[in-house]
Design a protein around this ligand. Structure first.
Ligand SMILES: *Cc1c(COP(=O)(O)O)cnc(C)c1O
Length: 408
């Protein structure tokens, strides 16, 4: 038997079944008329944002980094709750606009922005987080051609990274941002070009669970901002402090202590030099806001025994939930939180592996988990499916196609 990750708070049983947004798993599947599907809970999203706001300093704005979940209904709901959207492609820009997001609340990071993406963003008044000197030059040329003043921030490649983070995005040679030492010169060029200087974007990593690591990163980030401000002589109007708050996926993982992070950040902001007293600060979070609000539901289509081990074979798989299969940035495969959704209140009584329907041994959703007895027709729930699920998995692999998505 192998342990599975902790089921996120906020999920309970109705009539013995897993309920999401007050509906049982089988009612949700009936509404969707098919499996597999992703279900996102609006209540879960609302509570998450409210709890985070309560923990963070008042001065801090909260942005949604929409990479983790760009489902239109989720974007619309988030638009009413967060202060800004962070995007990383022209495609995300169109999705945000379609969800009603005000373009001036959007900032656009990401290496390799094409001219047509810059063109569209600049003409709408989106803030560009410039990832290089070359991108700055292209933005200025495009602004001149359009007769629009580009709004330019600089993404800084810091010399530190986020300790314990799943994906490091700062520290050393990186394709992201401009090395900190070259930032003052670039900001002076931005100001001299007549573009609107919007400030800094400093992103050091993702999926950290330890409050201490996040506090250290935020304090290093603020120190870097103070240093850059001194070197430039002009304070940044806006500073995006990055994010990196993780969620528990695996056995033993504990949630981030946001009260500790918020308290430390409040003190750090209060201690900033007066040159930064008019600067607006934000954090950008993706998975922390949406990850635990999503559940992937898939149906068991076969049950078989091989060499004495039980396999539950589902109509879903890694083509929708690549990360749960361990093939999205994991070094060691570990089990996500899982359940037999229509037997959520039942006691575990056997050890079984849950696999997908793809003809590859990579397609394992849960390895030797302790579960209630499950048969053909039962529903499997994979939790923590609200981020990097539907949009970050190879849906067309083996001709399968995407899963349905639903906000309830
Ligand atoms: C991926 C990414 C995010 C979101 O990361 P999460 O782990 O989902 O919070 C935020 N900002 C930038 C720049 C990113 O690349």
């Amino acid at each position: 038997m192998k342990d599975t990750g902790p089921i996120p708070a906020g999920y309970s049983a109705i009539d013995g079944e897993l309920a999401i947004g007050g509906m049982t798993a089988s009612a949700l599947v009936e509404r969707a008329e098919d499996t597999p599907l992703f279900v996102y809970s609006a209540d879960h999203l609302r509570k998450r944002v409210a709890d985070l706001r309560a923990a963070m300093p008042k001065r801090l704005a909260i942005h949604y980094a929409m990479k983790g979940n760009p489902f239109p209904a989720v974007l619309k709901l988030m638009n009413g709750m967060v202060d800004g959207f962070d995007i990383a492609s022209g495609g995300e820009l169109e999705l945000a606009l379609a969800a009603g997001v005000d373009a001036t609340k959007i900032s656009f990071a990401g290496p390799g922005k094409r001219d047509r993406e810059l063109d569209r963003a600049i003409s709408l008044g989106v803030t560009l987080n410039c990832e290089s000197e070359g991108e700055f030059e292209r933005a200025v040329a495009i602004g001149a051609r359009l007769g629009v003043t580009p709004r330019l921030a600089v993404r800084v490649n810091p010399s530190f990274d986020l300790k314990g983070s799943g994906m490091k995005m700062g520290g050393g040679a990186k394709q992201f941002g401009v090395d900190a030492a070259r930032v003052p010169a670039l900001v002076k060029r931005i100001i001299a070009s007549g573009a609107e200087f919007r400030g800094f974007h400093i992103y050091a990593g993702s999926q950290a669970l330890k409050a201490d690591a996040i506090i250290e990163m935020q304090s290093q980030t603020l120190a870097l901002v103070a240093e850059l401000t001194e070197a430039i002589g002009v304070p940044p109007p806006h500073v995006n402090l990055g994010g990196g708050f993780g969620i528990p996926y695996f056995p033993g993982d504990m949630p981030v202590d946001i009260a500790a992070v918020g308290a430390a950040l409040g003190e750090a902001l209060d201690a900033l030099p007066t040159s930064l007293s008019d600067t607006h600060f934000c954090i950008e979070l993706g998975r922390y806001l949406v990850g635990e609000a999503g559940v992937y539901l898939t149906r068991i289509v076969d049950r078989k025994i091989s060499h004495g081990e039980i396999f539950l074979i589902t109509d879903g798989g890694l083509h929708h939930q690549l990360a749960a299969s361990g093939n999205f940035g994991s070094v060691i495969r570990r089990n996500y939180p899982v359940a037999i959704a229509n037997k959520f209140a039942s006691e575990p009584e056997e050890v079984a592996s849950i696999v997908g329907c793809l003809c590859t041994p990579l397609d394992k959703l849960s390895d030797q988990a302790h579960l209630p007895r499950a048969d053909v027709g039962d529903l499997v729930a994979i939790f923590c499916a609200g981020a990097y699920g539907a949009s970050a998995s190879p849906a067309n692999f083996l001709g399968q196609g995407p899963a349905q998505e639903m906000l309830v």
